[in-house]
Ligand binder design. Sequence first.
Ligand code: SAH
Ligand code: TMP
Ligand code: ZN
Length: 411
Amino acid sequence: MTEERESPACRVCGGRVQEFLDLGPQPISQRFREPGDTSEEFRFRLAAGQCRTCTLVQLVEEVPRGLMFRDDYPFTSSGSTYMSEHFAAVAKELVHTELTGPDPFVVEIGSNDGVMLRSMKDAGVRHLGFEPSGGVAGMARASGVRVLGDFFEEATARAVAAAEGPADVVYSANTICHIPYLDSIFRGLQALLAPDGVFVFEDPYLGDVVAKTAFDQIYDEHFYLFSARSVRAAARRFGFDVVDVRRLPVHGGEVRYTLARTGTRPPAPAVGALIAEEDARGLADPATLVRFAGETARIRDALVAELTALRRAGRRVTGYGATAKSATLLNYCGIGPDLLPFITDSTPSKQGMVTPGMRVPVRPPEAFADPYPDYALLLAWNHAEEIMAKEHAFRRGGGRWLRYVPDVHTV
Ligand code: SAH
Ligand code: TMP
Ligand code: ZN
């Protein structure tokens, strides 16, 4: 029996959101807990839909931001060497292309541990990060980066504009997709950006998520899955245009969007080209996302069958990387300590804890080789290159990586 649900209104345009995927009741993805803590966890229904009017893919239920972005928010950007290099390169490029006037000013939304703004500080550029999660904001401050411990939204952006003047660049990585209140973000940008300033942001790309059936990119923090078409539609409602797009290989496939006030810069050919490609691939066609949902269920069944077979055969399997996205995978597939006895992770604050919902213990990286398992389930698949290079001894010793993106296979 299928339950009839009223389709919710699009958070940006008010159109009808057509649900295409229900990943079940899920906990807060990065709320790791003490093993002894068996109190009831917060749950919400993790379901995604697409707006029939503007094509924006969004969650059907919103998790209150204060439950996710807390002083104990565990994710630190600098945990990946590859990503640290990526953000140093971003800073360098912005300094040379956009921050060229006298006394330029750059603002970052979601500056986390200061991974990008550190380079701005080193280059002597006036900067300010917005970062509501107290722990990571403190790490950034400790490295000399200026941080405002608050959420970016209309009111806080206005306050900064009044106190510090217009920003030449507002930059954001892996954060705008976390923010349901995009209207407030855009009004904040209207107040804060210089007349010829740019808003540059990069987030996971719907095109890559669909191409790789990367359903675990959907979790509480990832409220939106953007495409060039949906970002352009949103921007236009608030007096901005998408003037450039660039596909990025990071985090499993992203797009960097450059927005400017309407009429201030001509859009680069790449914008129209990417939208045409999206249309040709059917990203705005509901049937594409229905197919994606079918593939998602098939991959879940195949992965659980594989893990069950390995357990029956007496093979040791451990998880690698207690990512936020692994909360979706483990809880949707019902993978607990019986199929996956533990996960190793380099983040100190996750170690010694259990994962949200399925309660899989998290251990430090040293536990991986002590002794090596027969199979390692690569949960941090967005860092595959970096991790498989670092852990080359595992494969050399006969170990196998078990992967589930874009389909279940071993390497
Ligand atoms: N930019 C970093 C961090 C991404 S994690 C990177 O790409 O690695 C997302 C961060 O956004 C978290 O640190 C979270 O605390 C922060 N965040 C969430 N909502 C925000 C908002 N409205 N304004 C500013 N930061 C926000
Ligand atoms: P992310 O996918 O949200 O970036 O999180 C990556 C997680 O994987 C984070 O908890 C740190 C962990 N990790 C490792 O354990 N080892 C590594 O080499 C890398 C790059 C990440
Ligand atoms: Zn819409």
